[in-house]
Ligand binder design. Structure first.
Ligand SMILES: Cc1cc2nc3c(=O)[nH]c(=O)nc-3n(C[C@H](O)[C@H](O)[C@H](O)COP(=O)(O)O)c2cc1C
Length: 186
């Protein structure tokens, strides 16, 4: 290997350096990553539906099928998602913007007011709204605390999807994607 190629600075400590940016700048940089928007629902141990808007959803593994999302340590939902054996992640379509907003604020009772619910095969209360772009029923496989969030890894037991325009979140605001292509074979 050529000796004049720059290498990693091995003189740096083997721990992370403090950030060279402030939190507002970090948030703004993260906001450049466009995401979809989901609502994650579960049931509390005393039988109440619980849910929140989440954009940190992502794919992890095809075999076995796994996904992840992260939950703020401050969220009122934390004890419920730590205890729940299963939850459902709903990927929202553009027509569900009102639900994305509602499930990000306010008391839980208000979030589910006039929202039609169904039961997943595993017994989780889920949105019955046929506009939902996709849903994943997950076994609560693993939880990894990381900073001020906990990463939840879900093993997907059932899922569904339909052809619809997705809801997109970008730069701290909801957005609409310009167009969609048909899903082949649907
Ligand atoms: C577009 C969008 C994405 C969000 N994504 C997340 C997320 O990935 N993780 C999270 O913990 N909170 C996320 N939130 C914030 C939660 O929805 C919000 O803090 C939560 O509903 C508050 O509920 P609580 O008052 O019951 O704790 C997001 C909010 C919005 C509007």
């Amino acid at each position: 290997m050529a000796t004049d190629v720059p290498t990693l600075h091995t003189d740096l400590p083997m721990t992370a350096l403090p950030p060279d940016f402030d939190q507002a700048y970090f948030r703004s940089a993260l906001g450049r990553f466009a995401t979809g928007v989901t609502i994650v629902t579960t049931e509390t141990q005393d039988g109440r539906p619980w849910g929140l808007t989440v954009s940190s959803f992502n794919a992890v593994s095809l075999e076995p099928p796994m996904v992840l999302w992260s939950l703020s340590q401050k969220a009122s939902a934390m004890p419920h998602f730590l205890a729940a054996p299963r939850y459902v992640i709903h990927v929202l379509s553009a027509s569900q913007l009102h639900l994305a907003k509602r499930f990000a604020h306010g008391p839980q009772e208000d979030r589910f007011r006039d929202v039609e619910l169904a039961r997943s095969a595993g017994g989780v209360p889920m949105l019955a709204d046929p506009d939902t772009a996709a849903w994943f029923e997950c076994y609560n496989f693993a939880r990894h605390p990381a900073g001020d969030h906990t990463i939840f890894v879900g093993q997907v037991e059932r899922c569904g999807r339909r052809h619809t325009q997705p809801l997109v979140y970008h730069a701290g605001d909801f957005d609409l994607t310009p167009s969609i292509e048909p899903i082949s074979g649907s």
